[in-house]
Ligand binder design. Sequence first.
Ligand SMILES: Nc1ncnc2c1ncn2[C@@H]1O[C@H](COP(=O)(O)OP(=O)(O)O)[C@@H](O)[C@H]1O
Ligand SMILES: [Mg+2]
Length: 267
Amino acid sequence: MTALLEVEDVHVHFGGVRALDGVSMQVEEGELLGIIGPNGSGKSTLVGVITRLTDPTSGELRFRGRSYASTPAHRVNSLGIARTYQSVRLLPDLTVVENVLIGAAVTAVSRPAVVNWLRLRSRGEQGRLRAVAEEVLERVGMTSSSKAYPGELPYGLQRRVEIARALASKPALLLLDEPTAGMNQAERREIGDLLLELKADGLTQILIEHDLAMKHRICSSAIALDFGHLIASGTPREVVEDPRVREAYLGKQAAQNYSPVLEAIDS
Ligand SMILES: Nc1ncnc2c1ncn2[C@@H]1O[C@H](COP(=O)(O)OP(=O)(O)O)[C@@H](O)[C@H]1O
Ligand SMILES: [Mg+2]
């Protein structure tokens, strides 16, 4: 069986920085794959490569067995790949439903661009887009906030709107870059539950997440990066128990004696 996503020997060099240095990985359909690694290890760069926002220096990308390494970023969405960002990127003067409605179809940065884009759609298409937006807002449990502005919502819900926006393009693969950053424990648990529900719906996901306990609870597989290298892959437990992963997080000495990583998971 062909994997849904295949990343083969990808290198990304920013000047002298080797952000990714020969990374290969695969994601099977239905998987929820976690990426761990210290700050600066290349996690966001890998998500950028997979979504084609970052051009690899070399390497190959395949989705459903077909190369898309030369597909421009704005066409990746139509392949069935969507993402959320490390920081909230909602448009503040559009309502929640409007933010979701533009989906990832428009990687617009300004209100005029969005309004213009919307105006160019036929009435029928606008209606269809709105129906999809309402459906995904319901999916993430946010129907009652659809007419609110992002700034009126608590941070945790703003992040949830971002997930809805990514879902509006009906992706087969969703990449989430630290979707629970800045959230409290209860909010993190709720996002974890949502990602598990999306997995049950059949959505394949790649998740960058620092909370290893959450990762252990929801991920079906994991990889670890360090200095742009893939240093471990397997089940979440195999990955966090890998000596190289412990060393990357804790330093060699500490890794021999102490395991807050495993304590976090067992607690
Ligand atoms: N656009 C860029 N230009 C130059 N260096 C970058 C750029 N993006 C990332 N880097 C560098 O690449 C490395 C990996 O970064 P990143 O993928 O953001 O790590 P992570 O998400 O794991 O924290 C870091 O050293 C970072 O400073
Ligand atoms: Mg990052």
